[in-house]
Design a protein around this ligand. Structure first.
Ligand code: FE2
Length: 505
């Protein structure tokens, strides 16, 4: 793929396609464009009752632009044909931010769809569809996605997700994988080695954006995202890392990975207002029906217990006193205090806590996994206390990470205590699965695990009303088949003020 020359970009910029042009004019100019500047697609995210953030990143057919700042125009309309344009404006796509563009909008009408598009370098972007959150909602449909390894599977599950027309898509991390797994069969390959710097992470994200199903899911629904470990490096914890590198050295890699993440996803720039302090924890809402606190369980956590100093890693552990040491944290003090304040003031009918790793205790044949909340037992006790404050009417935790579906009762204290909350663990959208011996018979060992499937890839679809959540665990037929289809693997219901899932099939 040839890079755009500076001269070509400058020439095309002067003919920038301004807002309010017609579709026919757009086609004429697109033919003259030197490359496909919108090959990475468009996206929207973090809807509020009066706005959202819009995203795109300019490229030369998916490769980084070698160009100075490029003007980009945006338009937002109340109809798909752009007859009623309600916002338009311009931004500069700068090389400092990889020619990405984030537009935060406010002052729009609540609870309705909007359509948007960008213009740059003589081309028009695909038209994206998004929505503002309602002030009052009778129902909501949420798709939950986690763990997508580009080499190990096709992203067919997104086709099923888009067909379900969700109001929101929630991505719980491992949006990209930095590493390749030599031992597993591949359906396609990364075009570059493991990233360690900004150029490398940009290229890895660009590879992901070459996936049509992923781009379409971004184009057709607003996303709420958070990250896990593979956006930087497997199993990292704050600055502890797999190779035990000097924290200052790893900090540079992490900062590059964080910046590339921001450049490729619809994250509100106002959240990242302070340079060097990227923030992802925040609360979203869908009317009075859903409250969605979103957590960052990577950036501030203590290293996994019983590892050598400075070294991260997920191990099955027993007889490791650090697992329950009270001073250890998953969220960091500031985020933990923020979450407790947020839940104290909770007013949604359903609180869906969007976060990364498994909260329920999971006993495996070799102990508990040190990277999960099991490795941070005191922090988990504090989380459970916050989640069960009287202001929280229905506590549901959304988790990912382990490439398995699990539906768990969350309890406090005795193993036979009544559940106080429910955990829905979403499997990988496409990735490898743990060998069966890792978990053994999960349900036999863990009475509070109500459902487990450690073999399939897919996602979770949740239909919320004031009375209940209808949950559909949707699995793909074969992630190695580009035409793979998803269907229901299991369904369950969580009723209002009755923690724990009821299985219907
Ligand atoms: Fe993962």
């Amino acid at each position: 793929m040839s890079l755009l020359t500076r001269r070509a970009v400058m020439a095309a910029s002067t003919g920038l396609f301004l807002a309010r042009a017609t579709a026919t004019q757009g086609l004429e100019i697109r033919r003259a464009a030197p490359a496909e500047p919108f090959a990475m697609g468009v996206a929207s995210g973090d809807p509020s009752t009066d706005g959202f953030v819009l995203w795109t990143r300019l490229s030369a057919g998916g490769a980084s632009l070698d160009a100075p700042a490029v003007p980009v125009a945006y338009e937002v309309a109340e109809d798909e044909a752009f007859h009623r344009i309600v916002r338009h404006g311009r931004r500069a796509a700068t090389p400092t931010l990889g020619h990405s563009v984030h537009v935060e909008l406010s002052g729009l009408r609540p609870g309705r769809p909007y359509w948007y598009r960008f213009h740059a370098l003589g081309a028009v972007s695909p038209v994206g569809r998004t929505a503002t959150a309602p002030e009052h909602a009778e129902r909501a449909r949420i798709a939950v996605s986690s763990c997508q390894h580009f080499e190990l599977g096709w992203f067919s599950a997104y086709r099923d997700m888009v067909a379900a027309q969700p109001d929101l898509i929630v991505q719980l991390g491992d949006y990209i994988y930095e590493n390749s797994y030599a031992q597993f069969p591949k359906v396609r390959r990364f075009d570059a080695p493991e990233p360690t710097d900004l150029d490398g992470y940009r290229r890895r994200h660009a590879t992901y954006k070459s996936d049509h199903d992923l781009r379409e899911a971004h184009r057709l629904a607003p996303w709420i995202v958070t990250w896990d470990d593979h956006e930087v490096e497997n199993d990292y914890a704050d600055l502890a890392n797999l190779k035990g590198l000097d924290p200052q050295v790893f900090a540079r890699r992490r900062a590059a990975a964080y910046q590339a993440y921001f450049e490729h996803l619809p994250v509100r720039p106002s959240l990242w207002a302070r340079p060097g302090e990227p923030r992802l924890y925040r609360r979203l809402a869908w009317g009075d029906l859903l409250s969605l606190p979103v957590l960052d369980g990577r950036q501030y956590r203590s290293p996994q217990a019983c590892n050598p100093p400075g070294q991260s890693g997920n191990r099955a552990r027993r007889d490791c006193p650090g697992l329950s040491a009270p001073g250890r944290t998953m969220l960091g003090a500031a985020q933990e205090a923020w979450l407790d304040r947020t839940l104290k003031a909770e007013r949604g009918r359903w609180t869906l806590l969007a976060q990364q790793t498994v909260v329920a205790p999971i006993e495996t044949p070799d102990g508990v996994m040190s990277d999960q909340w099991d490795g941070y037992a005191a922090a988990r006790d504090r989380l459970m206390r916050s989640m069960t404050r009287p202001s929280v009417r229905n506590a549901v935790v959304l988790s990912g990470d382990i490439h398995a579906y699990m539906v768990n009762d969350l309890r406090i204290g005795r193993a036979d205590a009544a559940p106080v909350a429910t955990e829905l663990v979403t499997t990988c959208l496409a990735a490898s699965h743990a060998p069966p011996a890792r978990y053994g018979d999960v349900r036999a060992r863990n009475d509070h695990v109500r459902f487990a499937d450690i073999e399939r890839s897919g996602y979770t679809l949740i239909e919320a009303t004031s009375r209940k959540l209808d949950i559909d665990l949707r699995a793909v037929s074969d992630q190695a088949d580009p035409k793979g289809v998803a269907q229901s693997l299991a369904r369950c219901v969580i009723e209002d003020q009755r923690p724990g899932a009821q299985f219907t099939v």
